[in-house]
Design a protein around this ligand. Structure first.
Ligand code: NAP
Length: 261
């Protein structure tokens, strides 16, 4: 996705994968910096561990405690979190977040980023529903301390409170891993959905999870996680190169190379 866009825009950059073991992360970061790379992305399990290695953090990286994009300028390392803006710019293609009530399923790293994006977009009410309720309660406690303008509430994913929360919300976002190829199924009973719901699933493999298939059958508007993946990448691209790429074209490339048109 990145290399295709670098080539189209005639930019002299190349994107390559590196496998870094957790106990060598600091050493790897120093090495990349010394080698004058423009920057890099990081994924699980490095996003939180990168935070103390940065000289400066963006607002999103600070709020989330996670870095997925690093820019090196020879002197300093700048840490960003583009997952947050990537999700927001993807969903806002379809629906305005500003006055919506959002039910976020899951309380892990992706859920935290989505909750921050919701608060930044002015969502008045976010319900966090998680299998392990204490994890949702702790996330909600932290978010409430960061954002006064959004009301956050934690519920148990498998409870009547969750059913009521879903039935009264506008947007349902799946940020659990339930629905992935290795973890099939739906995080909540699909009967809980109404045709008025907008349903977003952060998962993109499979292209359509059981939750999205059921939601579409009910007449809900739906979207999978491809756009989020492409748009976090497009934000990183611009951070490194200073050039705004075509995010739709990057998404199309991603679909093409993964065979998921
Ligand atoms: P994570 O931090 O490990 O969180 C996983 C979440 O899934 C937790 O809330 C966990 O609940 C829940 N979960 C796992 N198994 C479950 C089960 N059997 N029943 C109910 N809940 C279950 O992972 P993450 O990084 O947030 O990623 C979560 C999802 O987001 C993944 O599907 C990933 O593909 C997707 N994602 C997509 C993008 C994108 O660009 N589209 C980016 C990032 C992540 P407990 O707390 O109870 O364990």
């Amino acid at each position: 996705m990145h290399n295709a866009e670098f080539e189209r825009l005639g930019l002299n950059f190349v994107y390559v994968p590196w496998r870094i073991e957790p106990d060598r992360l600091a050493e790897a970061v120093r090495g990349l910096h010394a080698a004058n790379v423009a920057g890099f992305n990081a994924t699980i399990p490095h996003k939180e561990a990168l935070v103390p290695l940065m000289d400066e953090l963006s607002e999103e990286a600070r709020l989330s405690g996670a870095v997925n994009t690093v820019k090196c300028d020879g002197l300093k390392l700048y840490g960003f979190n583009t997952d947050i803006g990537g999700w927001r710019s993807d969903i806002e293609r379809d629906i305005s977040l500003e006055r919506a009530t959002v039910c976020v399923l899951g309380a892990g790293g992706a859920a935290r980023g989505i909750c921050i994006a919701c608060a930044q977009a002015g969502v008045p009410m976010v319900i966090v529903a998680n299998r392990t309720k204490p994890r949702a309660t702790e996330l909600v406690r932290q978010l409430a301390a960061q954002f006064a303008g959004t009301h956050f509430r934690a519920v148990d994913l498998h409870s009547s409170d969750c059913k009521a929360a879903i039935q009264n919300c506008d947007i349902v976002v799946n940020s659990t891993s339930v629905g992935m190829k290795r973890d099939p199924g739906s995080p909540v009973p699909v009967e809980w959905l109404r045709s008025e719901h907008y349903v977003y699933d952060t998962i993109y493999a499979p292209v359509e999870t059981e939750l999205l298939t059921a939601a579409r059958a009910k007449g809900c508007r739906t979207r999978n996680g491809f756009g989020m993946l492409a748009r976090q990448g497009a934000e990183s691209f611009e951070i490194w190169s200073g050039v705004r790429p075509d995010a739709d074209r990057m998404e199309a490339t991603l679909r093409e190379i993964t065979g998921s048109r």
